[in-house]
Design a binder for this molecule. Structure first.
Ligand SMILES: [Zn+2]
Length: 208
């Protein structure tokens, strides 16, 4: 991938000062612009770079004025605005969003496991000598604490969130779970995902 990055200069503040006379026309009307460089990634500011620098000019005659005292005063006052930090802000927002959405998924999973319904589909993860494999079960009957389910036909070597187009739930064999057991399986991570409101695209309705 081609990454665009580099340094740019941005104006961080503009001031008008009536405390100093212009050496050219003697008017008390100076304009001070304070600049600062920043590093950008894809032209979006990431971090400020270097020190601030002020450009002083006269609003009356337009002359550029070199006055260290004025420059320094405004370089010290001007604060680097937040938009010089857009990348870190975006990253923080993104992480916060991911954490929030993950917590919500966890909560929903727990609620579905606490109150299983016919039609629920679970992804089951099995660990065998450091290798994970995945399969699915679909609940077909719930009687008291006993849950009966069909399992799918394939075994997946990586995490998947739907059945392969040739895969289906096998009606020839029934699996039994107990309600306390599925709670333990969720806790241990053996139940990896829980699906309730799915559509036909995931193949969860295919039973043969
Ligand atoms: Zn002037």
């Amino acid at each position: 991938m081609f990454i665009i990055y580099g340094k740019k200069t941005g104006r961080i503040k503009k001031y008008t000062d009536h405390g100093y006379a212009c050496p050219n026309c003697k008017a008390f009307d100076l304009s001070i612009k304070v600049f600062r460089e920043y590093y950008h990634l894809y032209y979006i500011p990431a971090f400020p770079a270097g020190i601030k620098s002020a450009a002083v000019s006269c609003n009356n005659c337009g002359a550029t004025i070199r006055n260290e005292a004025v420059s320094q005063q405004y370089e010290n006052t001007a604060r680097t605005p937040f938009y010089f930090f857009i990348w870190p802000i975006l990253v923080i927002i993104f992480i916060a969003f991911m954490i929030k959405s993950n917590l919500e998924t966890q909560k929903e999973k727990q609620a579905f496991i606490n109150d299983p319904k016919v039609g629920d589909v679970y992804t089951i993860r099995k660990e065998d000598t450091g290798k994970s494999s995945y399969y699915f079960v679909r609940l077909i009957r719930i009687e008291g604490d006993t849950i009966t389910a069909y399992h799918n036909n394939f075994v997946y070597s990586g995490y998947v969130d739907k059945l392969d187009k040739d895969d289906f739930f096998d009606q020839a064999e029934e699996f039994m779970f107990l309600k306390p057991q599925i709670k333990k399986m969720l806790k241990s991570g053996e139940i990896n995902s829980v699906y309730r409101y799915y559509d036909g695209d995931d193949g969860f309705n295919r039973m043969r």
